[in-house]
Design a protein around this ligand. Structure first.
Ligand code: G3P
Length: 218
C-alpha cells in the first residue's frame, strides 16, 4: 500500500484553523484516489489532532512521541494521548525531532502493543539499517540537507533510494525536497513505497494543484 504522507510540521499553514483548511483540501483530493491503494496521510501537531481527525476521512498521524508512559512527564507526548485524540499512527525520529536508538526501540515496542503504526525517519542508510532491526511499521529515509530545499532526494540521490530499498525492503518511504510529479515518479520507479512531503504542499499557493500533480505519479 503506497504511502503519501504530508507532514504539516509547525508551518503557519499547518497550524490550527489553517491546518484544518489544508487537511480538508488533502481529504478532498484523496477522494479521487479512494479506489486506489494509496494511503494519503497528514501528520499534525498534537494540539490539532483531535480537531482535525474528526473532520477528515484520511488518516491523521502525530509528528513525534516521547518514550514515556503515564506519569510526571511535563510536556511529554504520550502514544496513548495521540491515539485517543484520533491519530492512527505517528512519525518519530524526524531529523528535526531526533531520538536515540534506545528511545526509538522503546516507542516501537509500546506502539506494537497498542496496534499503533510507527513511521521512523532516518537521515541515512546506516541509521536506517539500525532502525530496521527494531521492526517499525515503516522507515523513511530523508537526507537532512535536502529537507525543505529545491533539490529532491529522487533527483540528487537515486542511488541512495535504490540501495535503501534493497537493504531495508519494499516498504521504504523517502522524503526531502520532493515537490512535483517527476520527483514522486522517480522515487517509485527506484523502488520506494511512498513519499514523505512537507514544504511543497503545506506552503503551496494552490495545494490542490500540487497534490493532483504528485498523486498522479502513483
Ligand atoms: O517530513 C517530511 C519532510 O521532512 C520533508 O520536507 O519540505 O523537503 O518536503 P520537505
Amino acid at each position: 500500500m503506497p504511502l503519501f504522507v504530508v507532514n504539516f510540521k509547525t508551518y503557519e499553514n499547518g497550524t490550527g484553523k489553517k491546518a484544518l483548511r489544508l487537511a480538508k483540501i488533502i481529504d478532498k483530493a484523496a477522494q479521487n484516489f479512494r479506489d486506489t491503494d494509496i494511503d494519503i496521510i497528514v501528520a499534525l501537531q498534537p494540539a490539532d489532532i483531535r480537531m482535525i481527525a474528526g473532520k477528515v476521512s484520511i488518516p491523521v498521524f502525530g509528528q513525534h512521541a516521547d518514550p514515556i508512559s503515564f506519569g510526571p512527564h511535563t510536556g511529554g507526548i504520550l502514544l496513548e494521548s495521540l491515539k485517543e485524540a484520533g491519530a492512527r499512527g505517528v512519525i518519530i525520529n524526524h531529523s528535526e525531532k531526533g531520538l536515540k536508538l534506545k528511545q526509538i526501540e522503546k516507542i516501537i515496542k509500546k506502539a506494537k502493543k497498542m496496534d499503533f503504526p510507527v513511521l521512523v525517519c532516518a537521515p541515512d542508510l546506516k541509521t536506517g539499517e539500525k532502525i530496521k532491526k527494531l521492526q517499525p511499521d515503516f522507515i523513511a529515509i530523508e537526507p537532512p540537507e535536502l529537507i525543505g530545499g529545491k533539490k529532491s532526494v529522487s533527483t540528487t540521490k537515486p542511488g541512495l533510494i535504490k540501495k535503501s530499498v534493497s537493504k531495508l525492503g519494499k516498504d521504504l518511504i523517502v522524503g526531502a525536497g520532493i515537490s512535483k510529479f517527476d520527483d514522486v515518479k522517480k522515487a517509485i520507479d527506484f523502488g520506494a513505497n511512498g513519499v514523505l512531503i512537507s514544504n511543497a504542499v503545506v506552503n503551496a499557493k494552490n495545494p490542490n494543484n500540487v497534490l493532483k500533480d504528485m498523486l498522479s505519479a502513483f
